[in-house]
Design a protein around this ligand. Sequence first.
Ligand code: UDP
Length: 497
Amino acid sequence: MIHLVDIDKLPALSDYSQVAQLTHAVEELRSEASTLVPRLHGRRVWMVNSTAQGGGVAEMLPRLVSMLNELGVHTRWAVMNTDRADFFPLTKRIHNLVHGSGQPEFTAEERAVYDTVSREVAAEFRQMLGPNDVLVVHDPQPAGMGAVLKKELGLPCVWRCHIGLDDQTAQTRAAWEFLEPHVRPYDHFVFTASEYIPNYLSGHVSIIHPALDPFSHKNRELSVHKLVGILANASLVPGAHPVLTAPFDPPAMRVQSDGTFAPATLPEDIGLLYRPTVTQISRWDKLKGWQALLEGFVLLKQRARTSHQPERQHRALEYARLVLGGPEPSAVQDDPEAVGVLERLIDSYKALPPEVQRDVVLLSLPMASRKSNALMVNTLQHCSSVVVQNSLREGFGLTVTEAMWKRISVLGTTACGIRQQIRHGVDGHLNAHPEDPAAIADALEGLLTNAPLRMAYARRAQRRVHDEFLVFRQLARWLRVLTETVDPERHTLPPVV
Ligand code: UDP
């Protein structure tokens, strides 16, 4: 089955360009569009994926589709589905294998299921297509369907793969071997990092990074009143005054010393508006390096007691607090691994001596309202001296981009996605040993005790996001991919970077 998704009205490019800090980026996009969009004249672009809601791709597509239309590229969004119960478990398995985990074998039945669904959906989608259409197919689920249409109709087709691993294992090889006949027929391929490209694809491959929307709730600028209001609404600071907006229901919850959850103002104010705060916000996934980060922070606190830092630096370490935040437990009930990671963190927290426990905050962020959740993430990142993303592996790491854009200094790791963003010692610090608490403690100490260094990283980090990881740059790259795909003879442009 295939259905079309209509997109709610989103901010226009002219709205963005009124913000002084964004004017240049929008102008650059418009100038690039003025030469590229005419080459797409008369074309209709289809973005195809497998879900209209949930997940990064579904979140990013409305904005991409809306902005392409605004620039004059007729673009539609179609979502594939199927009644066959064994299809999505199979594509989930492929997804996990691409990330290096799972059983690296496929049965003939599994291959047949994928072939059948691909052909069924293609047969239905074909009715909606015209001779001037261009397909942009996202991720493995609809890849086979796109390949069928490519072979039957000869339309220009792009495959955009949002996943990948910078390593080759039996698992990744099995997944890419499975996908090979379903992706090879495409004209052009788009990956998030060159490390993720399977070796049988060469030639027409472009890199497009994920990007930020500076007007989104997670990334928009907040006035001081708005920021404090959100913190009060979320119970992240005590409500000392009335605020205009209603409290979030439920509020952010914090793990207490007995392991239970209570509003985050208990047992006392976290100190987000006063203290040097080190924050990591992520999914409860062991690859996010939570445990070592907690241990690194505890080590830092122990060291601080005996350190011979000058008074001011000593206080920075003494007052610092660690905030570890992720989705509320009920939102991850169907993910036993996530439940396990959170439970283990809670156990480690309960075992901390009271004087260290006071400085560590485990937060459960409600997911019922995406807007409230995004605003909470926004304020927590804003109130941080250092945002950490201690990932052992990372596809890209939007949390890093989010903090960089807010001009917060970041402690990242050398995981593939993070090193695409941060240049070590330029726009942040990359720790090559995310499982080593001592290395984390060293890096945190270096950042917390050196405000000028943090500021220098933060300034350059925002500039880097402005130049590379905002939606405007992403859109310009899409325009290049689309024009090169429909018009492969005309290589008048420098290669897409
Ligand atoms: N995030 C969120 N609420 C949470 C935890 C995470 O909104 O409680 C967001 C986070 O701000 C980021 C996204 O989830 O935008 C995670 O994307 P990222 O690329 O960092 O990692 P992934 O989860 O895709 O591995």
